[in-house]
Design a protein around this ligand. Structure first.
Ligand code: BTN
Length: 280
C-alpha cells in the first residue's frame, strides 16, 4: 500500500490521494518512532531509494536541527502517548536551476498554511530557517538537505537534479521552557483546534506544490511573501563573526541583506548565525 500509515489517526490516505497525481510513486509513512525522519530518508537516498516519500514520526530519538544542533520535541510529554509536535520529512527528486532560498520558500509555505486567514501574519519567519511567534518565540524549524547517490541514475543525468529532504519540526502543544530565557511557541496559540495530524493534512499538498513551483520559478515569487513575515527586517542583528548591522530583508536569491559599517552585505553562509543585537 502506498499510504503506509502504521498509526490510524494520521491522514495518510487523504494526503496520498491529494499528492500522488503530482508525484507519481509517492508514498506516506507514519512511524511511532525513528531516530530522525530526515536521517532515515537520507539513508534511503544514499542507498538509491529516491522515490518521493513523506515520512512522519510520532517520536524522534535523535532529531536534528541546523548546524548540528539537536531537535527535541517530546520534553514534558515523554512516555505519555501524547504527540506534542509535528515532525516529518518530505523527500523527492528536484531539479531547480538555483537552489538558493529553498528553505525560505518552505518557511513561507508552512507559515501561510498554518496562519489561517488573519490579516496580520502571526507566524513570522526568522532567516534562514525558523518559524517564530510574537515575542521572538520559536515555533518550529526547517532543515533542508540534499543527498547524492553515487552511481545511481540521478548521478548519471544532471537533468534529474538531486534528492532533497525537507525536514520540518513544529511544536503543537506548549513546550516546557527547560531553563530557556524565552519559552518556545506552539501551534495551539495560533489555532486552538490544531493537532499534529491536522497540521500535516493542511501542509502536505501545499508543500509539494511549493517545491515543484520553486523548481520551476526559483525563490523570486516567494520573496515578497517572505518579506511580509520577516521578523528581522529593520532590526539590529549581530553576525556570528561579531559584526553588527541592520537587517534589510532578503534578496531575490534568499540572501539576508545586512547593512554594516562595511556597507550592505548579502549573507548566504549557513555558518553565519544571526541574532538580534542586545537592546535591538
Ligand atoms: C532547526 O530548527 O534547526 C531545524 C529543525 C528541524 C527539525 C525537523 S523534525 C523532522 C526532521 N527530522 C529531523 O531530525 N529534523 C527535522
Amino acid at each position: 500500500m502506498s499510504a503506509a500509515a502504521l498509526i490510524p489517526s494520521w491522514p495518510a490516505e487523504d494526503i496520498w490521494q491529494q499528492v500522488e497525481p503530482l508525484l507519481p510513486g509517492f508514498s506516506v509513512e507514519v512511524l511511532a518512532s525513528v531516530d530522525s525522519t530526515s536521517s532515515e530518508l537520507m539513508r534511503r537516498a544514499r542507498a538509491g531509494r529516491t522515490e518521493p516519500t513523506l515520512l512522519v514520526a510520532e517520536t524522534q530519538t535523535a532529531g536534528r536541527g541546523r548546524l548540528g544542533r539537536q531537535w527535541r520535541s517530546a520534553g514534558a510529554y515523554e512516555g505519555t502517548g501524547v504527540v506534542p509536535a509535528l515532525t516529518f520529512s518530505l523527500g523527492l527528486m528536484l531539479a531547480p536551476q538555483d537552489w538558493s532560498g529553498l528553505s525560505l520558500a518552505v518557511g513561507v509555505t508552512v507559515a501561510e498554511c498554518l496562519d489561517g486567514a488573519s490579516a496580520e501574519p502571526r507566524i513570522r519567519l526568522k532567516w534562514p530557517n525558523d518559524l517564530w511567534l510574537a515575542g521572538d518565540r520559536k515555533l518550529g524549524g526547517i532543515l533542508v538537505e540534499t543527498a547524492t547517490y553515487a552511481g545511481g541514475p540521478a548521478a548519471a543525468d544532471a537533468q534529474q537534479g538531486r534528492y532533497v529532504v525537507v525536514g520540518i519540526g513544529l511544536n503543537v502543544l506548549p513546550v516546557l521552557a527547560d531553563g530557556l530565557a524565552t519559552p518556545p511557541g506552539c501551534l495551539r496559540e495560533v489555532d486552538g483546534n490544531l493537532t499534529a495530524a491536522r497540521a500535516l493534512k493542511r501542509l502536505a499538498l501545499p508543500l509539494v506544490q511549493a517545491l515543484l513551483g520553486f523548481a520551476e520559478h526559483g525563490f523570486a515569487p516567494f520573496q515578497p511573501r517572505f518579506a511580509r513575515r520577516d521578523v528581522l527586517a529593520g532590526r539590529g542583528v549581530t553576525l556570528s563573526n561579531g559584526q553588527q548591522g541592520t537587517a534589510h530583508g532578503v534578496s531575490d536569491e534568499g540572501a539576508l541583506l545586512v547593512h554594516t559599517a562595511a556597507g550592505m552585505q548579502a549573507i548566504t553562509s549557513a555558518e553565519i548565525s544571526v541574532r538580534p543585537a542586545a537592546g535591538a
